[in-house]
Write a protein that binds this ligand. Structure first.
Ligand SMILES: [Zn+2]
Ligand SMILES: [Zn+2]
Length: 355
């Protein structure tokens, strides 16, 4: 074990948004700055995005999630490496990086196949903000440089959402086994993930993209980002998809809400052989059975986050200007109000905390 290598003198204390009790709002605490042990790296957080999943974590009842309290919330982080636990990682000091939040083992059969988001070793906590301390803090400790993707030092806070919202949306679209050229696609929920999915979709050349969101500002955003039509409800998109497809329906439905009404309405939108991809976690459910409400040849997926190699792709697209998150910046001391805005649908695009 080598001594910790640091870029400069670090402060002793830092602010961190900590969840202490299930179902109770987190608090912005003052805690010691962690020291990197062997293999670990410490990053100064430059930006951390806020996700609806954080609300589901905060709101969860005790015993639902396999995480030990307390821990720092958030899971969408970029920052600069300021200290490393191993001398061999010294070259990382000073690098600006995005953090891949799935802290996979790197060795199991899923990791070896590039499906590290389904690492077989991740049975409890998953990564930063999902059971381990995360970047809604001044500093974040990451277990290995394997979980980092180097960024252009000029990358701004708008890149932070690429590590979760961008990666999850990208993975959901590009993992489709069918060619989307000429397809009819419905995107439900034009929030943090949906507005990035629209941009990924335009690169895949579908013939028709229909966006659904009850908020007028979100529908306007969808139209600016390449959606051909934007409507307020699943019932409206049902009628529109039927009309525009000559009655057959959509080939792909991406549900970034996952509520009872969005999932319940999805089978009626789908053409034969279509896929419903459920990404949002708003308590919806669906009866999956042959000969039921779903069309012939149905596929239903619920992809989780995305693998490390897709994060590299997403960050390359962001640097090239092909993928850009619409963000609204907040300070760390405003984070609790920012979550309230997210909860009440007052944010367009992604809220990003810049400590
Ligand atoms: Zn998330
Ligand atoms: Zn693994």
């Amino acid at each position: 074990m080598t001594a910790t290598e640091t870029a400069a003198e670090l402060p002793h204390g830092m602010r961190a948004l900590r969840l202490h009790e299930w179902g109770v709002a987190p608090s912005l605490d003052r805690i010691p700055v962690p020291q990197p042990g062997p293999g670990q790296v410490l990053l100064r957080v430059d930006a951390a995005g806020l996700c609806h999943s954080d609300l589901h974590i905060m709101d969860a009842d005790a015993g639902v999630l396999p995480y030990t309290l307390p821990f720092n919330l958030g899971h969408e982080v970029m920052g600069a490496v300021v200290a490393v636990g191993d001398d061999r990682d010294r070259e990382w000091i000073g690098r600006s990086c995005g953090v891949h939040g799935v802290w996979s083992c790197g060795e199991c059969r899923a990791c070896a196949a590039g499906r590290d988001n389904y690492c077989v070793e991740l049975n409890g906590p998953i990564g930063c903000g999902t059971g381990y301390d995360d970047g809604l803090a001044d500093f974040i400790l990451v277990p290995s440089t394997r979980h980092l993707v180097e960024l252009d030092p000029a990358a701004g806070p708008e890149v932070a959402p690429m590590t979760d919202a961008g990666l999850t949306a990208y993975h959901a679209v590009v993992s489709q086994p069918v060619d989307l050229r000429g397809a009819i696609v419905v995107v439900v929920g034009i929030g943090g993930l949906g507005h990035l999915a629209l941009q990924v979709l335009t690169l895949r050349l579908p013939s028709l993209v229909l966006a659904v969101d009850p908020r007028e500002s979100a529908r306007e955003l969808a139209l600016r980002l390449g959606a051909h039509h934007a409507v307020a409800s699943v019932a409206e998109v049902d009628a529109l998809a039927a009309e525009l497809s000559g009655g057959s329906g959509a080939d792909l439905v991406l549900d970034f809400v996952g509520a009872p009404d969005t999932m319940g309405g999805a089978p009626g939108l789908m053409a034969g052989g279509a896929c419903l991809v459920v990404v949002g976690s708003a308590g919806g459910s669906l009866t999956v059975t042959k000969g039921g409400a779903l069309p012939r040849g149905w596929r239903v997926e619920a992809p989780f986050w995305g693998p490390h190699h897709h994060l590299q792709d997403v960050l390359d697209l962001a640097v090239a200007g092909d993928l850009a998150a619409v963000v609204e910046q907040r300070r760390l001391d405003e984070v609790l109000e920012a979550y309230q805005d997210l909860r009440e649908g007052r944010a367009d695009g992604r809220l990003v905390v810049v400590p």
